[in-house]
Design a binder for this molecule. Sequence first.
Ligand SMILES: [Zn+2]
Length: 65
Amino acid sequence: MCSARGCRAAAVWALRWNNPRLHTPERRKTWLACPEHRTSLGDFLDARGFLREVAALPGSHTLEA
Ligand SMILES: [Zn+2]
């Protein structure tokens, strides 16, 4: 399920991020995002320099869902 506040859509992306102030460099936190929120969540993390990678979730081939 999508990590965006109030969103109940199925997640198809995993945004892996790290806050250097809180986490060791190898640590990865994961936010899940639906297609609609992949950009807004990604931009939020990217603007703070936290975003490390974005991966499609395994088995999430139903992008239109
Ligand atoms: Zn969403």
